[in-house]
Every structure is written in structure tokens, then in C-alpha cells.
Write a protein that binds this ligand. Structure first.
Ligand code: SF4
Length: 375
């Protein structure tokens, strides 16, 4: 059955019918339509549409990847107000993981969990240059050639280029050659500078984030795109973020997945200042998943559920609202852990069991979202 037919059945008589139909059929979504969907309280109807699109694309399969996350340094000079993870240079709790320790952790995780990816992310550490990452990436590829390096957000690439006083293109070319396969979408937050000026004034601008992704895609380095919602942004600013991602994707085709995730305020400056006290919760998450699936239909293939900040129960519900991927097992995660949010380690068997409990088929994927195993 076609999506447009389904949308008619589910939405007959609803004020959403016309807009959902228009968005699903159009490749050129209007800002007002995105705002309308994001403001709609009809999460069940939106969820049925999102789930229907997912089923048409992936049937009863739900994917995940066995991975380790390596938060290689918490030293950072960018002081984002939403971040509980960073420590300034010289702080007694600051750390940078040594190369030997990095290799040991990856080799251990490969042997014990058969990981297919290392997610490599850290602070903006002014002591770490391109050569440092080249050396580590080459060593990882020598020891574990089949573990993909998915690492360094656009803002980390920007920081490395500043340390070396060179272009981000040069950094990306060198690190790609050293083994960097893809970039995570972190550092985007909301791609509207009025929001960034409040929550992360020292971080790269929205346009710089998009430009670095554009360059990476042109070099064959694919990436994820994220959205961190629930700080100070308006619905319109969320809608602008979504459309900026869609526009770049239409140009490059380099985004493999979109990952909307909810801001976790504990232990952050934003919470201490009283700006945001609480996370937005499940209602908003499910709506974000459904609306993202509807808008990115035919544009970005994969939509990850945000189990890291919302927990496994919400991640299951997100599948029913249009998400097709559970993300990674994220062994060793420290950034979200710093906020005290829920368990941040999920072993593959937990994901497999929770997908099976929904009546779906768990599939393990690699870094490129190719299926490598059915469970
Ligand atoms: S979010 Fe990243 S860039 Fe911002 S303070 Fe935290 S570690 Fe630094």
C-alpha cells in the first residue's frame, strides 16, 4: 500500500491531512508546514504515518551496531552551557586518554564484543593536532582494520584546523587518508545562530558546521546529522534546522542518518542558571521522530532513536513512530553519563531482546548501515 493512501486513511477529516500529504509528496518542504507538524499535538496520527513509512522502507527489521565510544579527552576550551562533560585545561578532573590506552580499549572491545565501529569524540583540546589523530587512526587501522572509525564532529575538525592553522579540508583529507571513515553529527545542536549565541557562544557557527559537512561529503566522508532540542530554541528554529539539513542533503547526499536527541539538563550551566530545568520527555521525542521521518522521506534513509538520553523503553516506542535504527551499544560512553542520565551502556543482547519483544527482527549493521547479521 502506498504512503499517500495510508495517509488518507489515517488522516481523513483531520486538519493534518493536507499538510502531511503535501510534505510526503514534495521534495521542497515549506517552513510553515514543518512548523505546523512540529506544533501538532497529534502524536499518535503522526506516529502511524512515521511507522508506515519505516515499514515500507525496512519491513520488520530494526538495526543496531556493536560499537565502543571513546571520549578521548574532556579538555575543552569551548565551555558550552549545555555540557556537563568538559573540564578546562589544567582542571584536576581533566584527562586525555593515551594512545596505548585507546588501542587497548578497542582491541579489548573487538575481542569481547566484536565491535564494528569506534565512535571517537571529545572536547576541543588545544594540545591535540592533526598529527596526533593521524597517528592514532593509523594505529587503530593497523590493529583492527575492520573496526570503522566514526569520529570527530565538525566542531572538533574546526578546532584541529585552528590548532594547526590550516584549512578544515586539509585536516579532513589527512584524517580520511589515516582511516577516518565518517563523521558523527554532533556539534550541530540547533543550526540557528541565535540559539548557538545563547547555549554555545564559542562554538562554530551554523554555516561553518554545514560547510565542514559539505567538504567532508565532497571527500567521500559520509556523516550523521543530529539535532539537540529542548534548550532555548523555538519551534520555528527547530524547523529551520531540519530544513538546513535537508537542503545540504539534497546537494551532497552525504548524510546517512538523522538523530534527534533531547537535551539532558542535569549538571549543566543551563540548569544551574534556571534557564532549563527539565528534559522534554517522551511526547516531544516521539513527535520529533515521526515528523523527521515524514520530512526526510526520500532524503535521508535512516532515523536513529535516542535511547542514550531517553532510555530503552522510549527507544522501542520510537520504532513505532518511524525510527529504524537503535544506534550503537556505546560501550564506555562518558558525555551523557556526566549528566547522570540513565544507563548509558547497552549490550547487544539488550537491544536484541527489546527489538524481539516488539515483534521485530533485530539486525546488526556496519558503519555504512549494511546488514551483516540477522537475529
Ligand atoms: S559540547 Fe563539546 S565543545 Fe561544547 S563544552 Fe562540551 S565537550 Fe566542549
Amino acid at each position: 500500500m502506498q504512503n499517500s493512501q495510508i495517509s488518507h486513511e489515517i488522516f481523513k477529516g483531520s486538519e493534518l491531512e493536507e499538510i502531511v500529504d503535501r510534505v510526503i509528496k514534495s521534495q521542497d518542504t515549506k517552513l510553515d508546514d514543518v512548523i505546523f507538524l512540529l506544533e501538532s499535538p497529534e502524536i499518535q496520527r503522526l506516529g502511524l504515518i512515521g511507522n508506515n513509512i519505516r515499514e515500507n522502507m525496512y519491513g520488520n527489521r530494526v538495526s543496531f551496531i556493536n560499537n565502543i565510544i571513546l571520549n578521548y579527552t574532556n579538555v575543552c576550551v569551548t565551555y558550552c552551557k549545555f555540557c556537563a562533560f568538559y573540564r578546562p585545561p589544567g582542571h584536576e578532573e581533566s584527562y586525555t586518554v593515551s594512545k596505548n590506552e585507546i588501542l587497548d580499549r578497542i582491541v579489548f572491545a573487538k575481542a569481547k564484543y566484536n565491535i564494528k565501529q569506534v565512535l571517537f569524540q571529545g572536547g576541543h583540546n588545544p594540545k591535540l593536532n592533526t598529527e596526533y589523530f593521524e597517528d592514532i587512526f593509523k594505529s587503530i587501522k593497523r590493529k583492527c582494520p575492520d573496526v570503522a572509525i566514526h569520529g570527530l564532529s565538525a566542531s572538533e575538525i574546526d578546532m584541529i584546523s585552528k590548532v594547526d592553522r590550516c584549512s578544515s579540508r586539509e585536516v579532513l583529507e589527512r584524517l580520511h587518508f589515516a582511516g577516518l571513515e565518517s563523521l558523527p553529527g554532533a556539534g550541530a545542536e540547533i543550526l540557528v545562530d541565535e540559539v548557538k549565541d545563547i547555549i554555545s557562544p564559542l562554538k562554530i557557527s551554523s554555516q561553518r558546521w554545514l560547510d565542514i559537512m559539505d567538504i567532508a561529503h565532497s571527500l567521500g566522508i559520509r556523516s550523521s546529522a543530529t539535532m539537540m532540542y529542548g534548550t532555548v530554541e523555538t519551534i520555528e528554529q527547530r524547523a529551520r534546522h531540519i530544513l538546513k539539513i535537508a537542503d545540504l542533503q539534497k546537494k551532497t547526499g552525504g548524510f546517512m542518518a538523522f538523530i534527534p536527541w533531547s537535551f539532558e539538563p542535569n549538571n549543566t550551566e543551563i540548569q544551574e542558571s534556571g534557564t532549563v530545568q527539565y528534559a522534554m520527555g517522551g511526547f516531544e521525542l516521539l513527535k520529533m521522530i515521526s515528523v523527521s521521518r515524514i520530512i526526510f522521506k526520500g532524503i535521508i534513509d535512516h532515523l536513529q532513536s535516542s535511547w542514550l538520553t531517553n532510555g530503552i523503553g522510549m527507544a522501542q516506542l520510537a520504532i513505532y513512530h518511524g525510527s529504524d535504527d537503535f544506534g550503537g551499544t556505546l560501550i564506555g560512553e562518558e558525555v551523557v553519563s556526566a549528566t547522570g542520565a540513565r544507563s548509558t551502556e547497552l549490550l547487544a543482547k539488550n537491544i536484541i531482546n527489546s527489538v524481539k519483544a516488539m515483534g521485530y527482527v533485530p539486525v546488526e549493521r556496519n558503519n555504512n548501515y549494511d546488514i551483516i547479521k540477522y537475529y
